[in-house]
Design a protein around this ligand. Structure first.
Ligand code: MG
Length: 192
């Protein structure tokens, strides 16, 4: 079998906190929500946003619903630098880019969640073959995952999937392999 016919690996890419600056945009929206200056909300947050005064699951979902429905959260997040450049490089080299996101967790807002996501991906010129809205990321099937959620990284690794942790304040305690920049993700994928 020639090199060109060889099956290239499937890369499972998370969106929030990996491609899109979820915490940066959410910080602006949370400041509006609480009527506080944005600088008063630390950018050193953990998953669940308790540092901003989010008291539990119900309040988190309430803020998220406001962000999605009133502030077009999924359409207005800045792109994390390097996302387009390095995903395009990988795609051009033949890697199969599979976006895997758990964005459908707010009930009755699925249409806007999906529409905002697609508009964002197109608007930022992100190349991808597949787009999966899934909670159980291990069931999607990818050879290499790039993920920032500490629980997801742990679960994927426990199941034997090679997972690069995209570093941010929510996953400080997660073991290597870790990448803080897309250029590092690109190098790590190449080394495999
Ligand atoms: Mg994420």
């Amino acid at each position: 079998m020639g090199k060109a016919e060889k099956e290239m690996p499937v890369i499972g890419i998370d969106l929030d906190g990996v491609c899109a600056d979820f915490y940066g945009r959410m910080r602006e929206i949370a400041a509006e929500w609480f009527e506080l200056p944005v600088e008063s909300l630390t950018d050193d947050v953990s998953y669940g946003l308790k540092e901003w005064g989010i008291s539990g699951k119900k309040q988190y979902e309430s803020l998220h619903r406001y962000a999605l429905n009133q502030k077009e959260l999924f359409k207005t997040m800045p792109m994390i630098p390097g996302t387009r450049k390095y995903l395009r490089k990988l795609s051009d080299e033949g890697y199969h880019i599979r976006i895997i996101t758990h964005r459908l967790f707010i009930h009755y807002s699925h249409a806007s969640a999906v529409q905002q996501t697609i508009a964002w991906l197109d608007g930022h010129g992100i190349p991808y073959w597949d787009l999966c809205f899934m909670k159980e990321k291990s069931q999607v099937g990818a050879d290499i995952y790039v993920e920032d959620n500490p629980d997801n990284v742990m679960q994927l690794r426990t199941k034997g999937f090679h997972t690069i942790c995209f570093a941010n304040s929510t996953n400080k305690n997660v073991a290597p392999p870790r990448a803080a920049l897309w250029s590092e993700v690109y190098e790590m994928i190449h080394e495999l």
